[in-house]
Ligand binder design. Structure first.
Ligand code: SF4
Ligand code: FES
Length: 305
């Protein structure tokens, strides 16, 4: 049955693959998952070393609907073509942030990226005058059933060591966020209910106070902003936009009593001073946060204090 008959199209996924060389000294038969790789476990420098191994590019051509997501494609490949392909996902709905990769070189989430938006039709990006279009100005002709939609290039999230295929090691980012104590530190005053009983969990805010940080609290720590940032690149010299967003979320929360300490923590050479205001971090945030603008506001808040 061809594509015209079953209402399907075809697409080719061109995947940058990587298999790490087995670690020396690991006991024969030992689990490859034995290393502590939890975001809350040991993630020191040795654990973050860029692993060496075999790199290659592999193409998979499969039947799709234009509205399928790139994650749908990878799951089909994993189940029916190549079970060795490694990628990470959890919720499948843009909520958990675990599946950020580079699609056609742009950091984004696999589960929200539709094939019709990312497939690059082979050859058709050259217009009648011979100019090659690479940006958003190119308007492809809507696909007909059975059409080959073209190619989607996939690679692990830039700026982080690759663990395997499309799986990047984001422990560095999670450690940087964790160091900034991303939880509410309210004072010890106990709130009381109307009848005078203690209600320790009630900290009132008005809508204006909530509005100051509500959008920032939507951050899912996906790392897309870090992968877009030319300064971050591994996070050795810059704490990174995701950590700054986490700090800003609590700095702007009227209930939090550690504003000065939080500002001190990021007012450093590898903190806000390292941000070069490139604003690439703003482009693809899946939660709609204008990351560059928020960091700019944060810098102003710290300079003015
Ligand atoms: S700010 Fe946006 S892009 Fe950056 S980690 Fe949070 S959700 Fe992801
Ligand atoms: S799988 Fe959870 S955000 Fe994509």
């Amino acid at each position: 049955m061809n594509g015209k008959e079953n209402g399907m199209n075809t697409v080719t996924l061109r995947v940058n693959r990587f298999t790490p060389r087995p670690e020396r000294g690991r006991e024969r038969g030992g689990s490859p998952f034995a290393r502590k790789s939890s975001p809350f476990g040991d993630s020191g420098a040795s654990a973050r070393r860029r692993p060496r191994g075999k790199q290659w590019v592999q193409e998979y051509t499969l039947s799709v609907r234009p509205e399928d997501t790139v994650l749908d494609c990878l799951l089909t490949i994993k189940r029916t073509i190549d079970p060795t392909l490694a990628f990470r996902y959890s919720c499948g709905h843009g909520i958990c942030g675990s599946d950020a990769v580079a699609i056609n070189g742009t950091p984004t989430l696999l589960c929200t990226a539709m094939v019709r938006d990312w497939a690059k039709p082979a050859g058709t990006q050259v217009d009648n005058e011979g100019f090659r279009h690479t940006g958003d100005d190119f308007q492809p002709v809507p696909a007909q059933d059975g059409d080959d939609l073209g190619v989607i290039e996939l690679a692990a999230l830039p700026g982080f060591p690759v663990r395997r295929d499309l799986v990047a090691d984001i422990d560095q980012m999670l450690d940087q966020i964790k160091k900034l104590k991303p939880y509410l530190q309210a004072n010890d005053d106990l709130a009381t209910t109307e009848d005078g009983k203690i209600d320790a969990f009630e900290y009132l805010q008005n809508p204006q106070q909530l509005a100051k940080y509500e959008l920032l609290s939507n951050c899912i720590a996906c790392g897309t902003c870090e992968g877009s940032c030319p300064v971050y690149a591994g996070g050795e010299a810059f704490i990174g936009p995701a950590a700054l967003i986490a700090a800003s979320r609590f700095i702007n929360d009227s209930r939090d009593m550690q504003t000065a300490a939080r500002m001190d923590a990021i007012d450093s050479a590898d903190g806000i001073a390292a941000c070069q205001s490139v604003r690439a971090c703003s482009r693809e945030c899946p939660r709609g946060i204008d990351v560059g603008e928020e960091i700019w506001q944060l810098i102003a808040q710290i300079k003015e204090r």
